[in-house]
Design a protein around this ligand. Structure first.
Ligand SMILES: [Fe+2]
Length: 397
């Protein structure tokens, strides 16, 4: 019994260092690691500041925290034990064999096990089976760094219920070897809120997609050719973006921009759109060239989380500055617009028009390869060629 009491006292002493460190920090992060040594702890890592904890004995005695030899906090052991025990967080320690040596009342409330049931038992009783491998990796980091904050994972209660938790882990070393202290915070409410936010976000995304589709459908009614073109260009743009390893968000924005890239043609008379370029008058040609700007004006009013309006504005820019409307060069053109430019040309050449048959994929690839680095971004051309030649990309409709 005496040995159990002294073990608990030692475990408590180790934890006090953690609690004190936290209470001494205005920003609630651990500022120091204290070492227990014959009734006193010392050493801190607060940028060269000396942080001392002097402690005369164990039960009922008072201690003082000194910062640069000035007393800044007095406390009694009983008081600190009460803080530990009644903390809303579950505070535990395990020895190097991962057996519990300390278990506060917060842990009893969170996990349902009573202190006397868990002391000496392996911590695997609260770790879900599928998390065991992960936990060993976490311990390796803690051993190396000394601590780990904000580790989000799951634990299981005595009844088998899963609790999402955020854990602050600290390695406590002294002559007795290593122990690990853990402060578990129940984050069920936060996770629930995150799920609700995610649901709202998904709903907003759905509404956004529906809005984009509605806009594209409105175009289809007026100009079926352009609507089909936008749909097919989007397929190729998405494939190129994936091939180039664009992050998910950037790829999503590029695909949305592709699906609306010719929306500015909505204000151009249909007869002009149906006339081959070489038969257009200069004024009509100029009119056609206004579509990126008109598209920009339409789309800039929608607060997309991506630069959709800017991508649309730049989709006829070319690497050598020969494009329109601004004659931008090279990397002044958004990467998303450089992708869209290549897919746009490939699709246009590969499609039938009312006044001509399709040039075919071979010719389209020849066009972009011959102008690789001149008109079109070389990386985009390479990705496009790989997607079509090696990955056998095909337009759906
Ligand atoms: Fe266009």
């Amino acid at each position: 019994m005496a040995s159990l009491t002294s073990k608990r006292a030692l475990a408590t002493r180790r934890l006090l260092s953690l609690i004190l460190a936290i209470s001494l920090s205005s920003r609630m992060f651990i500022i120091g690691e204290f070492h227990c040594n014959r009734g006193s702890w010392r050493k801190s890592i607060l940028k060269g500041t000396k942080l001392w904890l002097t402690f005369g004995g164990i039960d009922g005695r008072e201690g003082t925290v000194l910062l640069d030899d000035k007393p800044i906090k007095r406390f009694s052991f009983k008081h600190l034990v009460a803080i530990l025990d009644h903390s809303a967080d579950a505070i535990t320690t395990v020895d190097k064999r991962l057996r519990f040596t300390f278990w506060n009342k917060g842990a009893e409330r969170m996990f349902g096990w009573r202190t006397e049931e868990v002391i000496g038992r392996e911590m695997s009783i609260i770790v879900p089976e599928e998390r065991e491998g992960e936990f060993r990796e976490v311990l390796r980091i803690v051993e190396e760094k000394g601590y780990l904050e904000g580790y989000q994972t799951e634990r299981i209660t005595k009844e088998g219920r899963t609790v999402p938790v955020e854990i602050t882990l600290t390695a406590v070393r002294d002559e007795g070897g290593i122990e690990y202290s853990a402060i578990h915070r129940d984050i069920s409410k936060r996770k629930k809120l995150e799920r609700e936010l995610q649901r709202s976000l998904n709903n907003l995304r759905k509404i956004l997609n529906q809005t984009v589709n509605a806009l594209a459908s409105a175009m289809e009614l007026r100009d079926p050719y352009t609507a089909g073109h936008q749909r097919r260009v989007t397929q190729l743009v998405c494939a190129i973006a994936q091939e180039m390893g664009l992050d998910e968000e950037m790829a999503k924005g590029t695909c949305i921009a592709a699906s609306l890239h010719d929306v500015g043609k909505i204000h151009i008379p249909i007869e002009i759109l149906a006339t081959p370029t070489e038969r257009l008058t200069e004024i009509e040609l100029k009119m056609i060239k206004t579509h990126p700007r008109f598209g920009y004006e339409i789309l800039k009013t929608i607060e997309f989380p991506w630069p959709v309006a800017e991508i649309v504005l730049q989709h006829h820019e070319r690497m050598d500055g020969s494009g329109y409307p601004a004659g931008l060069r090279g990397e002044d053109i958004l990467l998303q617009a450089r992708i869209l430019a290549v897919a746009d040309v490939v699709e246009a050449m590969n499609s039938h028009r009312p006044y001509r048959s399709a040039h075919g994929m071979k010719k389209a690839l020849k066009e972009i390869s011959e102008n690789r680095g001149l008109l079109y971004d070389p990386d985009v051309v390479d990705a496009c060629v790989r997607v079509i030649s090696e990955k056998k990309f095909q337009f759906d409709s």
